[in-house]
Design a protein around this ligand. Structure first.
Ligand SMILES: [Mg+2]
Length: 297
């Protein structure tokens, strides 16, 4: 009896010790050494075509202060329509201090991943902006429709509003010929001035996968390819990145999975009440009304 009681006491002590260890782990979050800002619903609300932007409250002030303080930051959008320098110029045009080198799209990440994997020839389903970063990285980038039906190492799907069945057929043939399927964004909706707007690459990828059953390699948020790219870009650990965004399924999943700090804004797809209802894996570590609150308190 005595030994059973002793065992039970010991077991309780072990459980207590484990709980204490976990509490310390939770409390000991890494300090934020660099920030990633989402674009749509976080810094701006654009129209559906991405041609005009309304800057969200506090966005200019917050980025300006970070710049003054020398805190590294980038904007990583899941929108792949434009080459990063064109997008950065548009943001500077509405007052946001974003240098060309601080503007990233999923195609920036894709170019890195494809180069690392030795991919040489890619079929792109997307606008010229989608393939721009790949071309810059020296990858042979062919756009649909491509008359040269040689073999491709990869198919890359991005912003492609004009996608037709022939494009999907060509992508399927490339995959059946051995190409891997890479996707900029596997997110069904994003926030715009007109409200919820559909993500074209999500729909196109759905069609390709229904035909080919090929696994999709996602390079944009919430993939860990994207978070690792950010950490490398900043020269910090993934856990030292502050991820600021409006979408639990995009920025918060990425932050939580990679051990980064997630900060949720209420200016895009998610209200404060909706943030609070999220399961832990999608919940921000901090909720702020708008990006202007980031550096307060
Ligand atoms: Mg967003």
């Amino acid at each position: 009896m005595a030994s059973r009681a002793k065992k039970s006491v010991l077991k309780k002590a072990v459980v207590k010790k484990k709980a204490a260890k976990m509490a310390v782990k939770r409390a000991a979050r890494s300090p934020i050494r660099a920030y990633m800002f989402d674009l749509d619903g976080t810094l701006v609300l654009g129209d559906r075509s991405g041609k005009s932007y309304d800057v969200l409250p506090g966005a200019i002030e917050t980025l300006t202060r970070l710049k003054e303080q020398g805190v590294p930051y980038v904007v990583l959008t899941n929108g792949s329509a434009q080459p990063p320098p064109s997008q950065a110029a548009k943001l500077r045009g509405v007052g946001l201090p974003v240098a060309d080198s601080q503007m990233l799209t999923p195609s920036s990440v894709t170019a890195g991943v494809l180069s690392q994997r030795g991919v040489r020839r890619v079929l792109v389903l997307g606008s010229t902006g989608v393939g721009w970063c790949l071309q810059q990285a020296g990858i042979e980038t062919r756009f649909v429709p491509d008359d040269d039906h040689g073999a491709y190492d990869a198919v890359y799907v991005g912003w492609h509003p004009d996608c037709g069945m022939k494009d999907i057929e060509m992508a399927c043939n490339a995959i059946w010929g051995g190409a891997k399927l890479y996707v900029a964004s596997d997110v069904p909706f994003f926030a715009s001035k007109q409200g919820r707007t559909i993500g074209y690459s999500y729909a196109i990828t759905g069609a390709i996968r229904r035909m080919t059953k090929a696994p999709a390699i996602i390079t944009g948020k919430p993939s860990q390819f994207a978070l690792s790219y950010l950490a490398r870009h900043f020269g910090v650990k993934k856990s030292e990145v502050g991820v600021v965004g409006d979408d639990p399924l995009v920025e918060m999943i990425m932050a939580r999975r990679g051990g980064a700090t997630g900060i949720g804004v209420c200016t895009g797809t998610t209200s404060r009440a909706q943030w609070l209802k999220q399961p832990t894996a999608r919940r921000p570590h901090r909720i702020i009304e708008n990006v202007g609150e980031l550096l307060r308190g």
